[in-house]
Design a protein around this ligand. Structure first.
Ligand code: IPM
Ligand code: MG
Length: 380
């Protein structure tokens, strides 16, 4: 294998703070675990807009396309009110996912017993919950045309978006979700709104057809999205892998993250189709976004970003052992009561840097241990 290449885009808001901690873990992997990787960091987001009038420069996109993986921080914030809509759309993380062709956005949510004091659910509800939500990320209503805000003849205005899915878009994300389910508990729940939407009816048909094309060993169920929202709260442990549309996945993944007490915990991996050499584009990002209210204060939770790095090691760099080691370190740190403000529970909160320090100390302690079992996602 040629020297793997990682592009880091810290972005806006708390993005630089949390990716900074993930990069310290990366430095540790390079120093202690022999992970030889070329890392290139680029400016992205509002700081780039101020200077260049764009959020995402062409050369940055080209570098991301040439990389084995992109580690992304966050985009957005109140200053985006000054960014014209076309500029925002041309440089958003949605566009990045589209340009990279990373159509499957994997969002794990795990009910950690270590976090029981910080989670707004009874321990018995989150016990055993280990969900992998697969969100379609290149299509649906976030990309459909026509779209826009138009003025009508009577002077009234209307906003238009289009929810459209082609069968190939549904089939490819379904295949990815079935493959993942096969390496976990073997259960896939497909979530749609087929009782109202034609695109939802097609979604259900195509997932069912895909199931019959070589995935019969996986147990498939279907659920309506409104019911799924309720089931995720009522009994999250019933799910293994969930596959759903772009917008439903956006919404349900925030809801699923509640079993971890905070969006700050939630990681994600966006994966594309492998090419002939088995190489695929991949984008790794914490789900929390830019969190402008706490940006620059050194209190953001870096665990979503650090866990996203673990997903990169597993899905892009063939280092499942190191991924599991990082996931184990995260759990141990939580179990010791080291907590940022968003998951403080009964504990005195620490800052972003202290949380990074605690993970690094735990990694050093685990370095020779052989029992670093993964709490979350399956290996593709
Ligand atoms: C997410 C975010 C983004 C999305 C926004 C910031 C465009 O909400 O990653 O879930 O909708 O995908
Ligand atoms: Mg979201």
């Amino acid at each position: 294998m040629t020297r793997p290449k990682l592009v880091v885009l810290p972005g806006d808001g708390v993005g630089p703070e949390v990716t900074g901690e993930a990069c310290r873990v990366l430095d540790w992997l390079r120093a202690e675990r022999g992970f030889d990787c070329e890392v290139r960091e680029h400016a992205y987001g509002f700081s780039v807009f101020r200077e260049h009038g764009r959020l995402l420069l062409d050369e940055v996109l080209a570098d991301a396309l040439a990389a084995d993986a992109v580690l992304f921080g966050a985009m957005g914030g109140p200053e985006y009110d000054d960014v014209p809509t076309p500029v925002r759309r041309a440089g958003s993380v949605l566009r990045l996912r589209m340009e990279l062709g990373t159509f499957a956005n994997l969002r794990p949510a795990v009910g950690f017993p270590e976090l029981a004091d910080a989670v707004p659910f009874k321990e018995s509800v989150i016990a055993g919950a280990d969900i992998l939500l697969v969100r379609e990320a290149n299509g649906g209503i976030y990309f459909g045309e026509p779209r826009g805000i138009e003025t009508m003849d009577d002077g009234g205005r209307r906003g238009v978006n289009t929810l459209v899915y082609g069968s190939h878009e549904i089939a490819r994300v379904a295949r990815m979700a079935f493959s993942l389910a096969r390496q976990r508990k073997g259960r896939l729940c497909s979530v749609d709104k087929s009782n109202v939407l034609e695109s939802g009816a097609l979604w259900r048909q195509v997932v069912t057809e895909t199931h019959a094309q070589g995935f019969e060993d996986v147990e498939l169920s279907h659920m309506l999205v409104d019911n799924c929202a309720m089931q995720l709260i009522r009994d999250p442990a019933q799910f293994d892998v969930i596959v759903t549309t772009n917008m439903f996945g956006d919404i349900l993944s925030d809801g699923a993250a509640a079993i971890m007490g905070s969006l700050g915990m939630a990681p994600s991996a966006s994966l594309g189709e492998p090419d002939g050499d088995g190489r695929r584009h991949a984008l790794y990002e914490p789900v929390h976004g830019s969190a402008p209210d706490i940006a620059g204060r050194g209190i953001a939770n870096p665990l979503g970003a650090i866990w996203s790095l673990a997903l990169a090691l597993r899905h892009s760099f063939d280092r499942a052992g190191d991924a599991a080691r990082i996931e184990r370190a995260i759990r141990n740190v939580l179990g010791r009561g080291v907590r940022t403000a968003d998951i403080a529970g009964d504990h005195q909160p620490v800052g972003t840097r202290e949380m990074g320090d605690a993970v690094l100390a735990e990694l050093a302690a685990l370095n020779d241990a052989s029992d670093a079992a993964s709490p979350a996602t399956a290996q593709l």
